[in-house]
Design a protein around this ligand. Structure first.
Ligand code: PLP
Length: 391
């Protein structure tokens, strides 16, 4: 048997690999704390779980329309009106199997072989492999810690060629927690439009922005420029629904139709009962988000204070999501020359799982998730500091 060249070139997900390694050590009896998690440590709201049970009891267990049940598509459109004052219709939306699937469908719908896709680094792990699976070329645009890991128009312009078709923006960012202010997003959007570049705006963490920073989105730009941008959302992070797999796309109806074609020939609809639960999530109440934000803000400050006290570390203070992405290469040496070997050393010596920056396109850094209990966070970071400073 020969696996396709296309697939042989694709890398497996590094974040999932780290979690698997941590689980393996746990199975051997080691006590491992994971600061590698990419999901909130809160439970899915009760009213959402109840809506799923009701759907089962009522026998709502059959195929649904491929892009989702009309009430859910309407609820997604309503989300953009409620939070961003943007008018959208149900046929501007499609429900997919998590934000990841929404992104995959978008790349498949937009990219022809050889098309170039600008991806500011550090980037979410799956963008480059998805572009490659669609037979496009991922063009990585480096950013600096000093800029908060945000790309400027100049950075993007320098990487642009006549083959550039798509730009991927992610705010707030996984892995950096960096958050583009609205004016910065708008400036990039205007530039992309002038260059005929389509933007995929990954906003799956959009509810997790910490004051004094304000929410930002390209949905307002989308309302007037539906040919130039698509917005990806998800219930995974904001509603603690990672396992439920609800991703959303806000796009021009023609692009939605193209995605429906892909989805109709591959996965069909998202689980019918989950769709009913998703409607309940969009209807509210939304108080879980405030509770989560309060905890995440407190934990961000705990983690930031400890990490930035390590000598020689450069750590931008992030405004969103639940990650910190410090530059730690001052601690690299012959035995641990890169982020992967440093993560292995920390896992083995301190029992703390982290994700190497190489997975996100910056090998000087390590990603720390603070979606864990305050005391666990403090004690784990102290242990990591001890390994780095060889105490
Ligand atoms: N985009 C970013 C930036 C993410 O961090 C993730 C998940 O980690 C996703 C998309 C995919 O989200 P989902 O779990 O809804 O597929």
């Amino acid at each position: 048997m020969k696996i396709s060249e296309r697939l042989m070139r694709a890398k497996p997900s590094a974040t999932l690999a780290v979690n698997a390694k941590a689980q393996e050590l746990r199975a051997q009896g080691r006590e491992i704390v994971s600061l590698a998690v990419g999901e909130p440590d809160f439970q899915t709201p009760e009213h959402v779980c109840e809506a799923l049970k009701k759907a089962v009891d009522e026998g709502f267990t059959r195929y649904t329309p491929v892009p989702g049940i009309p009430e859910l598509r309407k609820a997604v459109a309503g989300y953009y009106e409620r939070f961003y004052g943007v008018k959208a219709e149900a046929d501007n939306t499609i429900i997919s199997n998590g934000g990841k699937h929404s992104l995959y469908n978008l790349f498949m719908a937009l990219i022809d072989p050889g098309d170039e896709v600008l991806i500011p680094a550090p980037y979410w792990v799956s963008y480059p492999p998805m572009v490659e699976l669609a037979e496009g070329k991922a063009v990585i645009v480096p950013t600096t810690a000093e800029s908060g890991f945000l790309a400027s128009v100049e950075d993007l312009e320098a990487a642009c060629t006549p083959k550039t078709k798509v730009l991927v923006l992610n705010t707030p960012s996984n892995p950096t927690g960096g958050h583009y202010p609205q004016a910065h997003l708008d400036e990039i959007a205007q530039w992309a439009k002038s260059r005929g570049i389509f933007i995929i705006s990954d906003e799956v963490y959009d509810r997790l922005v910490y004051e004094p920073a304000d929410y930002s989105t390209l949905s307002g730009f989308w309302e007037k420029n539906q040919d130039n941008v698509a917005i990806v959302g998800a219930l995974s992070k904001s509603f603690c629904m990672t396992g439920w797999r609800v991703g959303t796309t806000l796009a021009h109806p023609d692009l939605v139709k193209a995605m429906v074609k892909i989805q109709g020939q591959s996965t069909s609809n998202v689980n019918s009962m989950t769709q009913k639960a998703a409607v309940a999530a969009y209807e509210g109440p939304w108080d879980l988000i405030d509770t989560m934000k309060e905890s995440f803000l407190r934990r961000r400050d705990i983690a930031y204070d400890i990490i930035s006290s390590w000598p020689g570390v450069v750590c931008p203070k992030p405004d969103g999501a639940f990650y910190l992405f410090p530059v730690l290469d001052k601690f690299f040496d012959e035995e641990t020359p890169d982020s992967a070997s440093m993560c292995t050393k920390i896992l083995e010596e301190a029992g703390i799982a982290l994700v190497p920056g190489s997975a996100f396109g910056d090998d000087r850094c390590i990603r720390f998730s603070y979606a864990v209990d305050d005391e666990v966070l403090k004690s784990s970071l102290e242990k990591v500091g001890n390994v780095l400073m060889k105490k």
